[in-house]
Design a protein around this ligand. Structure first.
Ligand code: SF4
Length: 128
């Protein structure tokens, strides 16, 4: 009887651990989906800004400071760009650097863009 009780307690403990793990997994999946949605929105926003709101882009870029650390994170927003080349030292280069689109050339345009690369961008923005 005692051993049955112990087995039941052990099963309950395992079930609770599994449930917690599933909840954590689901939360990570939701966070990841939200992050990807933000990235998709950002790609679209930058496309519109760069092509139709050039003055706004110029004003935003005046507030940008810092330099590119060549982490390549902006080349992997939503998907990995086929022209991105990763090196053993952790840096990256662009296979079409001289001819890269303006969306790549001007990244990041503002603070919101930096939130799309999980904190690896070395640029920052000052307040107006
Ligand atoms: S994420 Fe920022 S620092 Fe990294 S490659 Fe892009 S512009 Fe440069």
């Amino acid at each position: 009887m005692q051993s049955l009780k112990l087995a039941h307690t052990s099963l309950n403990r395992r079930r609770r651990t599994l449930e917690r793990s599933l909840v954590a997994q689901r939360e990570r999946a939701v966070e990841d989906a939200k992050f990807r949605a933000r990235q998709a929105q950002g790609k679209l926003r930058r496309f519109v800004q760069i092509n139709f709101r050039k003055e706004e882009v110029a004003a935003d870029l005046e507030l940008r400071r810092g330099d590119c650390n060549r982490c390549g994170a902006c080349c992997e927003i939503l998907f990995k760009c086929p022209f991105l080349k990763k090196h053993a030292d952790g840096s990256s280069t662009c296979g079409i650097y001289e001819d890269r689109p303006n969306q790549c050339r001007l990244f990041p345009i503002n603070k919101r863009d930096i939130q799309e690369v999980r904190g690896t961008c070395s640029y920052y923005f000052i307040e107006r």
